[in-house]
Design a protein around this ligand. Structure first.
Ligand code: ADP
Ligand code: MG
Length: 324
């Protein structure tokens, strides 16, 4: 099969077509229309076999994760996703793999109302790069840099599940209970991009980031960009029942929650005057949020407390995932 047939068979038919796409897949470039009065947010993420997913990961999980990590970045900026492009490097043309991958891609683009508008296909080591774009109104952009002392620190969902799932897949963690094992490995393979939470936080949150490299490392990004400090109550960190009940001790669960990557939950700061309206909005959408601490004026310092006592269990190098 040549490259053109591959593109035609797997990536030309979109299950979701948007009116703002004038020319999509098929010409030399896509032509799209940016909605009036909106800014365009653009983000790119690559998933490389052996680095971002284990060899043998299903094409469905790879497609899901490739989209999720990109939409998660848009969510963290308060942007509503509109278009994606896909750059695919494949070792060989495997129809079964491509069929499963492109079907999952179609299902997700439809679910999130985004359209695949183009890409590139080359032969090489298995690697998936997606560029995602979305709209955000001026004055509504969420950044890492405007947290203020006194703001409350919140996270969506539960933390540590994806890291536990990866540890299970690598046989570095043993859990007897099959349902718990499945839940945790699913959280690793199928993270939930918090798109609705991101747009809900517009004009409410003073800073926002998605947790891709671990809570402590990503909180550090907010702390340094905002030139503030943070007080974190480890006992408040939301831990799923599957993680909490089945991992030997609280400290191991907390370590996964604080330093494990790939949760793709949002970490954000909210001033006191917006706290109640934020919690009301989130609960009306059934989006779980938990207050885990407070921004302080202690520039660059993250204070960890467990049941109000100072606590430390991680060295600097263990804060989270780093590539180099
Ligand atoms: P060119 O040689 O002009 O770069 P290509 O042959 O690479 O064009 O691509 C032809 C069309 O197919 C373009 O519109 C491109 O965006 C699209 N395309 C190529 N690969 C993919 C892919 N993996 N997913 C979606 N669209 C793709
Ligand atoms: Mg090309």
């Amino acid at each position: 099969m040549n490259e053109f047939r591959l593109i035609r068979d797997y990536f030309t038919e979109n299950s979701f077509s948007r009116k703002d796409v004038l020319i999509g897949v098929g010409d030399d470039a896509a032509i799209t229309q940016v909605a009036q009065g909106q800014y365009l947010a653009t983000t790119t993420d690559t998933l490389l076999e052996g680095v971002h997913f284990l060899k043998g990961t299903s094409p469905e999980a790879i497609a899901h994760k490739a989209i999720a990590v990109n939409l998660s970045d848009l969510a963290a900026m308060g942007a509503e996703p509109s278009w994606i492009s896909l750059s695919l490097s494949l070792p060989a043309v495997d129809d079964e793999w491509l069929g499963a991958f492109s079907n999952k891609l179609k299902a997700l683009t439809e679910y999130f109302s985004v359209q695949l508008i183009g890409g590139d296909t080359v032969k090489g080591q298995l690697s998936i790069t997606i560029t995602a774009q979305g709209f955000v109104p001026p004055e509504s952009i969420l950044t890492r840099s405007h947290a203020k002392p006194g703001d409350w620190i919140f996270v969506t969902g539960t933390l540590g599940d994806a890291a536990a799932g990866l540890a299970l897949l690598k046989n570095e963690l043993m859990i007897e209970d099959k349902a718990a094992r499945d839940y945790l490995t699913d959280r690793h393979h199928y993270p939930t991009p918090r798109v609705l939470a991101g747009t809900t936080l517009r004009r409410i949150a003073t800073s926002c980031i998605d947790i891709s490299d671990g809570l402590l490392q990503d909180l550090e990004h907010i702390v340094s960009a905002s030139e503030v400090g943070a007080l974190l109550h480890l006992d408040k960190i939301p831990i799923s029942k599957e993680l909490g009940t089945h991992v030997n001790d609280l400290e191991s669960a907390l370590k996964l929650a604080c330093t494990g990557g790939d949760d793709y939950e949002l970490l954000f700061t909210v001033p006191e005057e917006h706290r109640v309206s934020m919690e009301t909005a989130m609960s009306s959408y059934n989006l779980p949020v938990t207050c885990i601490g407070q921004v302080t004026g202690a520039q660059g310092k993250i204070d960890l407390r467990l049941n109000d006592s100072p606590f430390s269990f991680v060295s600097v190098s263990e804060k989270g995932y780093q590539h180099f």
